[in-house]
Design a protein around this ligand. Structure first.
Ligand code: 8HZ
Length: 109
């Protein structure tokens, strides 16, 4: 696959992950976490490298990712941060899990 084709795949998947029809599971991940607004004062103590789907989308549009792996690494960082901050059983944890399953389904198809 050419690099362009791979980038089109990334864009397509990002569109699914960020789409309105998945808003029940993606809304905490669409933009950078604002610990003040969300009253999560210890967020940056737990999450050292914040990442979100909006930032990934901007990076993709600005050709910041030189390889597909860099794109996948940032996506996995969103999930990693979610599971680090939100323990198993927490509502946001299960939203992150569902979003990761959605990614794997489309990425591996
Ligand atoms: C059921 C439930 C409970 C709390 C929240 N908090 C929260 C989060 C969040 C993001 C990342 C994260 O690691 C933890 C929380 N983002 C939001 C947003 C954008 C709006 C409203 C609440 N938000 C969301 C859903």
């Amino acid at each position: 696959k050419t690099l362009q084709k791979k980038f089109r795949t990334c864009l397509k998947i990002l569109k699914v992950l960020m789409s309105k029809k998945n808003s029940d599971i993606n809304f905490p991940f669409l933009q950078p976490v604002d610990p003040i607004a969300l009253n999560l004062p210890n967020y940056f103590d737990v999450v050292k490298n914040p990442m979100d789907l909006g930032t990934i989308s901007n990076n993709l549009m600005n050709w910041k990712y030189k390889t597909i792996d860099q794109f996948v690494d940032d996506l996995n960082l969103v999930f990693y941060n979610c599971f680090q901050f939100n323990p198993e059983g927490n509502e946001v944890h299960s939203m992150g899990k569902k979003l990761k399953e959605l990614f794997n389904f489309h990425w591996l198809e």
